[in-house]
Ligand binder design. Structure first.
Ligand code: BGP
Length: 457
């Protein structure tokens, strides 16, 4: 069967500043944490060992073109642009991002720019990071500076990438700095992130720029083990905490009432100011990026909560391993293609069918060199992964969902936080020692799909 996509569909991939650029003066939390605890990172490889986009941006953009990208998302590094987060703007950074943006446009690739992709300037973390409202203000200033510098050419802005992840990683589950385990502080970080987002949207609207502004959320549909009310309730609470804690503010301009009630009853609500709700209402977006990797399956808890243990989302559910689930064993994530359709239908039916696109979807695989045939990685599993998701996305579009594009994670194999280079995601293989780039079979498949605006399956 032939799957064709709407005219002007966005075909491309996503990456981020910290994971690709390298060579940076301004220090981030990642540089600081790596210097102190290199053992936390796979094979002791830190955030300075990248695919060196800072040096190779021009030839990399040629590769994007070779892959027939019509759009590409990356982020600006706050710490590169404003090394201490709040002071002087670094003119070399301005030159660098101007060159990248201009070259993308020159090559017919629409730049999509994220303002914050997990890379907090260390100077900002030292004063409390997202727990401190001064950092919220500093971020709003940084956003405004970006709009002023690049807003004449960048027409698709994203305030944050997956804002729930620094909350989970840094304040609940110990996989990002500052490795705090404290729900109330996590809730404060999440709340302040929403305020920062809304301030950036306000600044963007005030500047009357020609483009649009949105956010990228990782939406993990919450599936209950069964229709037993106890399982359904568990899935509902997981959905409130991990999806709707950001989805509702940015699309409806307010938090779900039952999330607020739940957190209030456990005394976990962050400190709010009376003027906050009006600001949050102003944060409604024009465009939603959806990152989808895996579903969340939950069931009612089997055991009673230990009242001495820290308050956690898992007080309300257990994770459920569905028998027969399809797994990506390298990342430990379930592969469930219909999830992408369920997300789009939920947006259509419950959120007014907003303009949206798939901003990340991907499959990280270990030791891909074993798949080399005639000098090229034959990653048929990745082509199957993409085409499997695209068929469900296609079904969503044919049923009226307002999905405008599909971006893969990622372009060239890159540094993946604590996993460093363990799992490779790219359309293009990176040899870390020589920096040589080689297009994988999936890259060729994607180039053809984008060119034809369709594929056969
Ligand atoms: C997303 C992030 C990306 C990227 C990707 C792959 O959550 O936006 O930055 O890293 O996941 O996940 P990981 O690197 O954890 O394997």
């Amino acid at each position: 069967m032939k799957y064709s996509f709407p005219e002007h569909f966005w075909w491309g991939s996503a990456s981020s500043a910290l994971q690709t650029e390298g060579t940076r003066e301004g220090q981030t939390t990642w540089d600081y944490w790596f210097a102190r605890e290199p053992n936390r990172f796979h094979n002791g490889v830190g955030p300075q060992q990248t695919s060196t986009f800072y040096q190779h941006w021009k030839t990399d953009i040629q590769l994007l073109k070779q892959l027939n990208h019509n759009s590409f998302r990356t982020s600006i590094s706050w710490a590169r642009l404003i090394p201490d987060g709040i002071g002087e703007v670094n003119p070399q950074a301005v030159d660098f991002y101007n060159q990248v943006i201009d070259e993308l446009i020159e090559q017919g690739i629409t730049p999509f720019i994220t303002l914050f992709h997990f890379d907090m300037p260390m100077a900002m973390q030292e004063i409390g990071g997202w727990e401190n409202r001064d950092v919220v203000e500093a971020y709003a200033r940084y956003a405004q500076i970006c709009f002023e510098l690049f807003g004449d050419r960048v027409l698709h802005w994203f305030t944050f990438n997956e804002p729930i992840v620094p909350v989970e990683g840094g304040y609940l589950y110990d996989f990002h700095y500052p490795n705090v385990v404290d729900f109330r502080r996590a809730a404060t970080v999440a709340y302040h992130t929403v305020l920062a987002h809304a301030l950036a949207v306000r600044a963007y609207r005030a500047g009357h720029y020609a483009g649009e502004i949105g956010i990228v959320l990782n939406l993990t549909p919450s599936y209950p083990r069964s229709q037993n009310p106890a399982d359904v309730k568990a899935a509902h609470i997981a959905d409130l905490m991990f999806n709707r804690s950001f989805l509702d503010p940015v699309l409806r301009g307010e938090y779900p009432a039952d999330l607020v009630t739940l957190l209030k009853s456990y005394d976990q609500l962050p400190a709010c100011k009376p003027e906050d709700s009006a600001l949050i209402a102003e944060g409604k977006i024009d465009l939603l990026g959806v990152n989808y990797y895996q579903p969340r399956r939950v069931k009612c808890r089997d055991s009673a909560v230990n009242p001495q243990a820290p308050f956690m989302p898992e007080w309300f559910f257990d994770n459920y391993e569905m028998p027969g689930r399809k797994m990506n064993p390298y990342r430990g994530w379930e592969i469930y293609e219909p999830g992408i359709y369920d997300i789009l239908v939920n947006l259509r039916d419950n959120y007014g069918n907003p303009r949206c696109f798939i901003s990340e979807n991907g499959m990280g695989v270990e030791n891909e060199k074993r798949f080399i045939e005639n000098g090229q990685i034959n990653d048929q599993y990745r082509i199957d992964f993409i085409s499997g998701h695209l068929t469900w996305l296609h079904k969503g579009i044919s049923e009226g969902c307002n999905c405008l594009g599909y971006h893969m994670w990622t372009f060239i194999d890159n540094w993946s936080w604590c996993n460093a280079y363990k799992n490779r995601y790219g359309f293009i293989q990176l040899d870390l020692d020589t920096q040589q780039r080689t297009v994988k079979k999936s890259g060729e498949w994607f180039a053809a799909t984008s060119l034809n605006n369709s594929f056969d399956k």
